[in-house]
Write a protein that binds this ligand. Structure first.
Ligand code: NAD
Length: 383
């Protein structure tokens, strides 16, 4: 099979990611079957697609004819068998739970045509473990879109232990066909590229809460002018529970050092999850919090955060998760808000400056995660 044989897409899960991914394929003229467990969840997903397209129309990025053409390709279906039986490429976007995903993949394996590729939009979970629930692990790939999928360009195309090169190529070419920017992740490793590189920052924030200083606002105030959203504010926006869930996964899959601190867990236990509950590190009940930049801490600066990212990125090279630093930079620049990837930043700041920042963090917190790697100390990666 090659990419031109892929005509019919099925998306399983019509939530935040599923409906966004469906919209991307509809816009590119594919026939898309959107499936969820109940009609009301499908209806919510379809309303989400409609609202994205209406925004495109109001901004002049889509015509009414294109809107009609895109919607004419949409099929909705609650029955999994019917959703899967004619599909050439199926993308799963159901909640982040291994057992749930394995059960679904085992069913998809029964219902989908033999040639169909089964892709998972998991954020962190092992592709190999999900694929093990099927008789076609060669046709199971990771297909990690970013939120909101209609706007974010990056798609990580991840190879499980048994995934064939042909399946990866089809996934890669298909992402290009829908005008995304695919990056191949050669080895199945927790968090793949983008989430892995960012996870050590989560550990730093968790440790800062444990220490009790600086406060989230004092910390964020130091970064407010440099980022669209400062680090604690961003977690509040995404959901503290999502952060904790990711850290727990890393703690079990990579190292205990990723375990969230008790202080961080307290927010989840008390139901203060951030924007969605009205309160997290900040009070969101009157809208976006105002951060007083005059309170900025002098203990941390942007180079601490860049150093953590570059250090993790060098681990991806050492572990052969990705062998091209330019690809890592493309992934990092397109999965988030920064115009530059970690290696380009390291080149302009200078590796010794960043190594010093890591040593400072290591001496303060005594965590191996923060220790500068050999590649970091050599400091000669050029992009
Ligand atoms: N939200 C993000 O920012 C983001 C970004 C990248 C990847 N992801 C990953 O994408 C996946 C989906 O996340 P989300 O944020 O869209 O979740 P969500 O909770 O918004 O949506 C999940 C949907 O799946 C449905 N569902 C549950 N079991 C199902 C089943 N067996 N068959 C069909 N539908 C089922 C639910 O009813 C719900 O509508 C997760 O693995 C998540 O880690 C999320």
């Amino acid at each position: 099979m090659n990419v031109d044989d892929v005509k019919r897409i099925a998306i399983i899960g019509a939530g935040d990611m599923g409906h966004g991914i469906a919209a991307c394929f509809l816009q590119s003229g594919f026939t898309v079957t959107l499936r969820d467990i109940e009609q009301k969840f499908i209806d919510r997903g379809v309303a989400g697609i409609r609202s994205s397209f209406e925004r495109f129309i109001s901004k002049g990025k889509m015509t009414q004819e294109e809107y009609n053409a895109a919607f004419s390709g949409l099929i909705t279906e609650v029955d999994l068998n019917k959703a899967a039986k004619d599909a050439d490429f199926i993308i799963e976007a159901i909640p982040e739970d291994l057992k749930l995903k394995q059960n679904l993949f085992s069913e998809l394996d029964k219902y989908a045509p033999g040639h169909a590729i089964l892709a998972t939009n998991t954020s962190n979970i092992s592709i190999t473990e999900i694929a093990s629930a099927t008789q076609r692990p060669d046709k199971v790939i990771g297909y990690h879109f970013f939120n909101p999928a209609v706007l974010m360009k990056l798609v990580e195309v991840i190879k499980g232990q048994k995934t064939s090169d042909e399946s990866i190529k089809i996934g890669y070419d298909l992402a290009k066909k829908i005008k995304k920017l695919p990056v191949i992740v050669k080895k199945d490793s927790p968090g793949f590229i983008y989430n892995r590189v960012n996870e050590s920052t989560s550990v730093l924030l968790s440790k800062i809460l444990e220490e009790g200083h600086p406060t989230p606002e004092e910390f964020d105030a130091a970064f407010k002018s440099l980022m669209a959203m400062a680090p604690f504010e961003l977690i509040d926006y995404v959901g503290i529970d999502i952060l904790v869930h990711g850290m727990m996964y890393f703690a079990q899959a990579v190292s205990k050092e990723y375990m969230p601190s008790e202080e961080l867990l307290t927010y989840v236990k008390s139901g203060n999850l951030g924007k969605k509950t009205g309160k997290g590190f900040y009070d969101w009940s009157h809208g976006r919090p105002v951060i007083d930049t005059s309170k900025a801490t002098k203990e941390y600066d942007i180079n601490h955060l860049i150093a953590l990212q570059v250090n993790e990125a060098t681990k991806l090279l050492a572990e052969n998760v990705c062998d091209d630093p330019k690809e890592i930079d493309i992934a990092m620049a397109n999965g988030g808000g920064s115009p530059f990837g970690p290696f380009a930043l390291a080149q302009s700041i200078g590796y010794p400056v960043l190594v010093n920042k890591l040593e400072e963090l290591y001496n303060k917190f005594k965590l191996e995660i923060f220790k500068p790697t050999a590649i970091m100390k050599e400091g000669n990666i050029k992009v």
